[in-house]
Design a binder for this molecule. Structure first.
Ligand code: MN
Length: 424
């Protein structure tokens, strides 16, 4: 494990107990500064401008071109390779650890490098070239199968043999805080055979975790289980907004389309796989059936990361409607990436692969309103006396996620999105 993960490390930047960003995290993101953008990280509530850090000699010896750090996206930085980006993480850990005085004692450097998180804008961290959404939580797939197909045969025959997925749309992936407009489209009313056109009535979230590809492959090349982690840079929280009524009418036979691509929201920080190392945990047993050899998993490739979803009405108190965990994934990220490239499909730096809705075994751990309200049959009582079957106009959905070990909490920050009424 990297020395940057050492649980005894503390920073001279104050870090609250409930902060997602102790010195052991050092995630990467993009901060807008004046007219430009900077590759950044965060400790406590201080956003660190890595361009300024490099320019002022605090990353000496790493030989990183300034253009990589004065950049609208992380893609060029990620393309430096894990060996280099991990060294940046370790160097930053050194500069900000408690006993390190050089930057702490230099007022003008500190002023140029540190920014209060409440005063800066965090923008899309990566330019997403291609986006794929999987469907890898067994409880989620089982719940959906029970609701819409056959409760006795909830999983389709392929589900236990391969990580089911579809190609989504990268253009509509937005950073936390971006409002989402209620989509319009075709729906089929319950008592009708004719579709109608109008605003989606069954707007939903999906609590997901996405990984960012950190190393490209060539067309024809295949990633295997042993090298898959080399290709995963880090993780972000992912809200796969879903219009259930549009989805239901359109999805046969080719899968999700306009019910999904009107918006997906991500958290602004990419937490590296290395920072999440302490949270590695066993993966679910895959015995019946055993996956084909190319998908066989023999290591701890799941992560114990608690995930939460709050729904907050416009002028009311919010409610946590979901508490789940990334460890519930049946197919892990490595299996997803291996399967994605088994046919020779190439991946690029910045590509994003989302997990699929993450549901645990109980209602309180279901990762979508579809499941929580069981298709609308069990509404959720809100603190303001209203009820929710799905998400209403002006509601804000907030997702959070973190792991805690040895007193160190590594988190993602929030991904928030407010629903605006459909355009006339
Ligand atoms: Mn999804």
């Amino acid at each position: 494990m990297s020395k940057a993960n050492d649980p005894v490390l503390q920073s001279w930047i104050p870090v609250n107990e409930d902060s997602d960003f102790p010195i052991q995290n050092i995630p990467f993101g993009i901060m807008k500064k004046g007219k430009g953008h900077r590759v950044s990280t965060i400790i406590g509530d201080q956003v660190i401008d890595i361009f300024e850090l490099n320019k002022r000699g605090y990353l000496s010896g790493l030989d990183i071109p300034n253009s990589v750090l004065k950049n609208e996206f992380l893609n060029d930085f990620i393309s430096l390779g894990k060996k280099k980006t991990n060294k940046v993480r370790e160097k930053i850990s050194d500069v900000f650890k408690k006993r390190s005085r050089k930057l702490k004692n230099n007022d003008s450097d500190r002023k140029a490098i540190l920014n209060d998180v409440s005063k800066v804008e965090l923008t899309m961290p990566v330019k997403v070239g291609d986006y794929t959404d999987f469907y890898s939580s067994r409880d989620h797939a089982t719940n959906v199968g029970k609701m819409f197909r056959d409760p006795e045969n909830a999983l389709l025959p392929n589900w236990l043999h391969l990580p089911v997925g579809y190609h989504g749309r990268a253009s509509s992936i937005v950073v936390s805080g971006t409002p989402i407009r209620r989509p319009k489209g075709q729906q089929i009313p319950a008592d009708s055979k004719q579709p109608v056109y109008g605003p989606c009535k069954l707007l939903d979230f999906e609590m997901e975790v996405a990984f960012v590809v950190g190393k490209k492959t060539e067309l024809g090349e295949t990633i295997n289980m042993d090298n898959a982690e080399d290709h995963i840079f880090g993780l972000t929280l992912f809200n796969d907004w879903s219009a259930r009524d549009i989805q239901k009418w359109e999805y046969v036979p080719l899968g999700p389309f306009l019910g999904k691509n009107f918006g997906s929201s991500i958290s602004p920080w990419i937490v590296t796989l290395e920072a999440l190392e302490p949270f590695r945990t066993t993966s679910p047993k895959q015995e019946d059936p055993k996956p084909l050899p190319y998908l066989k998993n023999t290591k701890k490739r799941n992560y114990n990361i608690s995930l939460f979803v709050d729904v907050i009405p416009e002028n009311g108190e919010g409610k946590t409607v979901c508490e789940t965990n990334f460890k519930y994934m049946y197919w892990n990220m490595c299996q997803q990436l291996v399967h994605h490239t088994v046919n020779g499909c190439n991946v690029n730096v910045g590509d994003m692969c989302a997990s699929g809705t993450i549901s645990g075994p109980k209602r309180g751990s279901f990762g979508s309103m579809l499941e929580i309200s069981w298709k609308g049959s069990m509404p959720v009582d809100m603190p303001d006396g209203t009820q929710r079957k799905f998400i209403q106009d002006h509601d804000t959905v907030v997702m959070r996620g973190f792991g805690t070990k040895n007193g160190v909490r590594i988190g993602f920050g929030e991904v928030t999105g407010k629903i605006l009424p459909a355009l006339k």
